[in-house]
Structure formats: structure tokens, C-alpha cells
Write a protein that binds this ligand. Structure first.
Ligand code: GLN
Length: 255
């Protein structure tokens, strides 16, 4: 839609008043994607109510590419792009990758685009996530962590599991708490209930020398380290964002 003068600005101030942090960018995106003024007003109302922008427009940019996100499906985060890019750089040209807890399939979509000769499979326990990932072109199956995939032969396993300790869910932004699926966020008492199974599952799926890239936060790298060692991985290599916050851990299965 081509906005009239001042439309984006007035929308941005409505969004800012509703507590939106990136009000200007979000207003511009709503205007750019809305087919007409009626839809734009309806979208604005939904966003003022806290619904994720990606559910309203049906899409999010991830690693510079639009990825479809159905309402109810965990929204791929910009802070996961580092994991996707690292994974792509470690995946051989004709390699095989598994994206566990794939959600909308954003990491898998990036791997497929960046390494077009590779075979990429995704899994998720949530059927609506798997439907969404398939619509994004990912060969995704419903199943728990590594459950649906055959052992060995994978060069790379990527995973963005739920890793927020149950007691810390209350500190997530109010919109995330109100709308996004707890299944994609709640990692149990220490936040690592699913992560633990991802480490064991990756050890089963990977060939010797294959890589696991795992999103975790806080100081969870230290908690994950002993399980990596006991599952046959080398030392965990953590990476951090510009603020110094932990964003993930990579580890290589011993050859
Ligand atoms: N802190 C993350 C977020 O809300 C948690 C994501 C997750 O558990 N997968 O973005």
C-alpha cells in the first residue's frame, strides 16, 4: 500500500503508545504489506493488542529472506540468525543436516538456500509448526526431537529448543508470554529438559566429526558442557552477541 502523508508517523505513535519498542519499523512494515486501508487498520488494532507482527503479516525476515509464520507458531528471532549462518558455513556442499525443533523452519530455510546441494530435514512436536515449515519448503516431520530421524549420516544438527527455565517465563516480554506457544519456550525447571535430549539425539544422528549447533542462553553453556563430554562431543564453543549475551554453543562429535 502507498501511504498518504503522515500515515506511517501516526501509526508509529499509536504503536509506541501501545508499548511497541520498534514502533517506526513496525509501522513501516504494516503499511508496506497491507493490501488496503481497512486491512491496515485491522492489523494495527491487532498489533496494539500485542499480537506478534509476524502472525499479522504472515511473514518475518530471517537472514534477509522472508519466512512464512502461521499464527500460533513460534516467531523466528533475529538472535538466531548467527546460529543459522554458522551452521551454513559448517555444512558440506552435499551434506545432510537436521534442524530439530524447527518451528516455522527458518534455520532449515537458510541452510537450504545457503547450501543448495545439501539435504535438510526438520522435526517438531507441534503439528502446526510442521505444516508451516512444509509451506516454507522444508522437508519437516512431526516428532519429538530426533525421534523421527534415522541414526548416523548427518553432517550437522541445528536446534533452537525451548530453553527458558519455567520460573523465568514470567520475565519474558508480555507479548511473548501472552501469545507465543509455551511449548517452544518452556524448558522445564533448569530450562534444559529438551536441550539434554537434543544433545543425546544429536550424538545419535551425527557422523563422527559432525557438528551440533544449539541455541541456549544465560550461563547454560556451562551446564551443557558435561553432557556434551559424556555424549562423545569435543569442547563446546560458545558464541555471544554484541552485548556479550550467550546465544549458542557449537560442538563437534569426536571422530
Ligand atoms: N529467550 C528466547 C526468546 O524468547 C527463548 C527462546 C526459546 O526458548 N527457544 O526469544
Amino acid at each position: 500500500m502507498l501511504p498518504g502523508p503522515g500515515v506511517v508517523e501516526s501509526m508509529a505513535s499509536r504503536l509506541a503508545a501501545a508499548g511497541c519498542v520498534a514502533a517506526g519499523d513496525e509501522a513501516a512494515e504494516l503499511v508496506a504489506r497491507a493490501p488496503d486501508e481497512g486491512v491496515l487498520e485491522a492489523w494495527l488494532g491487532r498489533r496494539e493488542g500485542g499480537e506478534p507482527l509476524a502472525w499479522i503479516t504472515g511473514t518475518v525476515l530471517f537472514c534477509g529472506r522472508p519466512v512464512g509464520v502461521d499464527p500460533g507458531v513460534y516467531v523466528p528471532r533475529p538472535q538466531t540468525e548467527g546460529l543459522a549462518r554458522r551452521a551454513a558455513s559448517l555444512l558440506p556442499a552435499r551434506g545432510r543436516a537436521a534442524d530439530l525443533c524447527t518451528g516455522a523452519g527458518a534455520v532449515a530455510v537458510h541452510l537450504m538456500a545457503a547450501v543448495p546441494g545439501a539435504l535438510v530435514a526438520g522435526t517438531d512436536v507441534d503439528e502446526s509448526a510442521v505444516r508451516c515449515a512444509r509451506r516454507n519448503g522444508v522437508d519437516a516431520v512431526v516428532g519429538d526431537v530426533d525421534g523421527p530421524l534415522a541414526s548416523g549420516g548427518f553432517d550437522l544438527v541445528a536446534a533452537v529448543p525451548p530453553y527458558v527455565p519455567t520460573g523465568e517465563l514470567q520475565f519474558l516480554p508480555v507479548d511473548v508470554r501472552r501469545y507465543e506457544p509455551p511449548l517452544a519456550l518452556d524448558g522445564g525447571g533448569d530450562g534444559l529438559a529438551v536441550v539434554r535430549r537434543v544433545v543425546a539425539g544429536a550424538a545419535r544422528l551425527l557422523r563422527p566429526g559432525g557438528w551440533l549447533l544449539l541455541e541456549v542462553g544465560g550461563s547454560q553453556d556451562r551446564l551443557v558442557e558435561p553432557w556434551l563430554a559424556s555424549s562423545g562431543f569435543g569442547p563446546g564453543l560458545a558464541w555471544r552477541d554484541d552485548e556479550g549475551d550467550l546465544r549458542g554453543v557449537a560442538a563437534r562429535l569426536d571422530a
